[in-house]
Design a protein around this ligand. Structure first.
Ligand SMILES: Cc1cc2nc3c(=O)[nH]c(=O)nc-3n(C[C@H](O)[C@H](O)[C@H](O)COP(=O)(O)OP(=O)(O)OC[C@H]3O[C@@H](n4cnc5c(N)ncnc54)[C@H](O)[C@@H]3O)c2cc1C
Length: 474
C-alpha cells in the first residue's frame, strides 16, 4: 500500500509512475492520494472564459533537456498531444524577451549576431563577457550565489541585467542568494575543475557525449526537431493535472480530496501512520510526500525534530499575481513574451507576461503582472490587500506600457509561500535530509518542487526518479 501526500503535479505524477512501474506486478499495488483542498493541481489553476484565459500559476513549459522531453512523453501518453500549443523559434514570444531598465524597455539579444552588437542597457557587446571569463584567476569554492559567479566570470552588467531578472522570472528570487548550481551547475564545475567557463567548455567539446536512454514519443521528437522554445496547453495548463487525475481515477487510485494530513508517525521500515485533521488515521507501507518542505517539517516534528528543522530551512517566497484582460480589437502591446525588471531598479513589480501573445485563442489583450517574490514583505508588508496590488499593477503598466484603458476583467491572487528558494547550500541540505531518511530507514520518499528543481518538468522528473529508485530497492 502506497500513500501519496499532496495532489499537485508532483503527487499526480507520482501516482502515474507508480502505476506504470507496477503494470506487470501480479500483486496489484494499492495506491491512495490525500489532498488537502477540494481539487487537484496545486499551484496550477486556470480561469477560462470565451474571451480570455487567466493562468494563476505556471503557463509555459520548456521542452528541452531530458526533463522537458520526459514531460512531453507523459503528455502524449495521456492523449494530450492535440492540446499542446508550441512556441517555435520564429515566434515573437520566442524572439522578443525584454528587460525594463532606466525607464526604458530593452530587447535582449536572441541570436548569435546580437551577441556581437551593443545592446542597451549593456555598455559593450555581450561577447566581451567571454574575455572577462578568460582573464579571471582560479577561485576554489563549494558553492556560491549565481550573482557572484556570473559577476566574477562575465562581469557585473550581465549579473545585474541578464541573470538577476532571469532568476526573478524563474523563482521570484534574489540572484545574490540563489545557489549557482540552480541554473549553472555545469558552468560552475567548469570553473572549479578547469579554471574558467570557456576553458571547461573547450575541454568538454572533445569529450564523447553520453547518450541519455530516454525513449522519445512522436511529440517529444517533433519538439526536438522543430526546436520549440516553450509550449502551453490549449484551454489552459489546468487541463494537464485534470487529465492526470482522471487517468489515476480510471486506474483505481483512491483519491481523497479535502483531506489534510497533520502528522506522520513512522512505525517501522515498512509501516507509516498518517493522522488527518478530522481524527482519522490511515496506514501505508510507504509514503511519497509531495507537499512543500515547510509543511512536511511540521508533520514529522514530534518524532524527528532534526529532520523537521532541516526541512524548515528551505525558504519559500510569496508572489502576487494580477491577471488583466483588455477587451480591445487592436493589441495594446507589441508582440513579445513580456518583460522582467532587474532588482536594482527597485520596482514594486517583478515583470509582466504578455499572455495574449503566448497563449492562443484570446480575444483582446491579456497580461499577467507578477509582484513581490523575495521582496514581498519588504515592499508590501504582511497585510497587503488585493486591491492595492491591482492598483500597483495598473499603475506600472500605465507607466511602462502606456496602457491607459481600464481592464474589462481582472483577477488578483496572493500565492503565499508558493516558490521554494534554492539558496546557497540547498543541494547539500537536500542530500543531508535524504541521508537522514536512509539511515533511520524511514519509509518516505521526497518529491515536489522543494527538492530537485522548481519547474513543472523537474517536479514530474523527480516523481519518476523517486518511484523508480523505490521500485529498484524493494
Ligand atoms: C506563480 C507561479 C508561476 C509558475 N510558473 C511556472 C512556469 O511558467 N513553468 C514551470 O515549469 N513552472 C512554473 N511554476 C512552478 C510549478 O508551478 C511547480 O513546480 C509545480 O506546480 C509544483 O507542484 P508540486 O506538486 O510540487 O507542489 P504544489 O503545487 O504545491 O502541490 C502540493 C499539494 O499538496 C497539498 N497539500 C499541502 N499540504 C497538505 C497536507 N498537509 N495534506 C494533504 N495535502 C496537502 C496542496 O494543497 C497542494 O495541492 C510556477 C509556480 C508558481 C507559484
Amino acid at each position: 500500500m502506497a500513500a501519496i501526500l499532496g495532489g499537485g503535479l508532483g503527487g499526480l505524477s507520482t501516482g502515474y509512475y507508480l502505476l506504470k512501474n507496477n503494470l506487470n506486478n501480479p500483486n496489484k499495488l494499492k495506491i491512495f492520494l490525500l489532498e488537502a483542498t477540494n481539487q487537484c493541481g496545486g499551484w496550477i489553476k486556470t480561469i477560462r472564459t470565451k474571451d480570455y484565459l487567466f493562468e494563476q500559476g505556471p503557463r509555459t513549459i520548456r521542452p528541452k533537456g531530458i526533463t522537458g522531453l520526459n514531460t512531453l512523453n507523459m503528455i502524449q501518453d495521456l492523449g494530450l498531444s492535440e492540446h499542446v500549443s508550441p512556441i517555435r523559434p520564429d515566434h515573437p514570444a520566442a524572439k522578443n524577451r525584454m528587460i525594463y531598465v532606466n525607464n526604458e524597455l530593452h530587447l535582449l539579444p536572441s541570436s548569435l549576431k546580437g551577441v556581437f552588437q551593443k545592446n542597451g542597457p549593456f555598455s559593450k557587446p555581450l561577447i566581451y563577457a567571454v574575455f572577462n571569463d578568460l582573464k579571471q584567476p582560479h577561485l576554489e569554492l563549494k558553492d556560491d550565489s549565481i550573482y557572484n559567479f556570473v559577476e566574477r566570470r562575465f562581469g557585473r552588467e550581465i549579473a545585474d541585467y541578464a541573470i538577476s531578472p532571469m532568476i526573478c522570472g524563474i523563482c521570484a528570487g534574489d540572484a545574490k542568494e540563489i545557489s549557482v548550481k540552480f541554473l549553472m551547475k555545469t558552468l560552475f564545475e567548469y570553473e572549479q575543475n578547469h579554471g574558467g567557463v570557456m576553458k571547461g567548455l573547450m575541454k568538454s567539446f572533445f569529450k564523447t557525449k553520453v547518450p541519455d536512454d530516454l525513449e522519445l514519443t512522436d511529440l517529444a521528437n517533433t519538439a526536438k526537431e522543430e526546436k520549440w522554445s516553450v509550449y502551453t496547453i490549449k484551454g489552459g495548463l489546468e487541463t494537464f493535472p485534470t487529465t492526470l487525475k482522471t487517468y489515476l481515477e480510471e486506474s483505481n487510485v483512491d483519491l481523497h480530496l479535502n483531506t489534510t494530513v497533520e502528522e506522520i508517525e513512522f512505525i517501522d521500515a515498512s509501516l507509516v501512520k498518517l493522522k488527518q485533521t478530522d481524527g482519522k488515521i490511515v496506514t501505508a507501507n510507504h509514503v511519497y510526500s509531495t507537499i512543500p518542505a515547510h509543511i512536511l517539517s511540521k508533520l514529522v516534528k514530534s518524532q524527528h525534530p532534526d529532520l523537521s528543522n532541516c526541512l524548515n530551512e528551505i525558504p519559500f517566497v510569496t508572489v502576487g499575481i494580477v491577471n488583466l484582460y483588455f477587451s480591445t480589437t487592436k493589441p495594446l502591446i507589441t508582440p513579445a513574451f513580456g518583460f522582467l525588471i532587474p532588482p536594482i531598479e527597485n520596482s514594486p513589480i517583478l515583470g509582466v507576461v504578455f499572455d495574449s501573445c503566448c497563449i492562443p485563442d484570446q480575444n483582446g489583450t491579456v497580461l499577467t503582472v507578477m509582484l513581490g517574490g523575495r521582496w514581498f514583505k519588504e515592499k508590501f508588508g504582511q497585510n497587503v490587500t488585493e486591491d492595492r496590488l491591482l492598483n500597483i499593477a495598473l499603475g506600472e503598466i500605465k507607466t511602462i506600457l502606456k496602457i491607459e484603458d481600464s481592464p474589462a476583467a481582472y483577477n488578483v491572487n496572493i500565492l503565499k509561500k508558493c516558490i521554494p528558494q534554492y539558496v546557497i547550500g540547498h543541494y547539500e541540505r537536500v542530500e543531508k535530509i535524504r541521508q537522514y531518511i536512509q539511515e533511520k530507514n524511514l519509509p518516505i520518499s521526497l518529491v515536489g518542487s522543494s527538492y530537485d528543481g522548481v519547474g513543472v518538468n523537474d517536479v514530474i522528473f523527480s516523481a519518476k526518479m523517486q518511484v523508480e529508485e523505490d521500485c529498484t530497492n524493494s
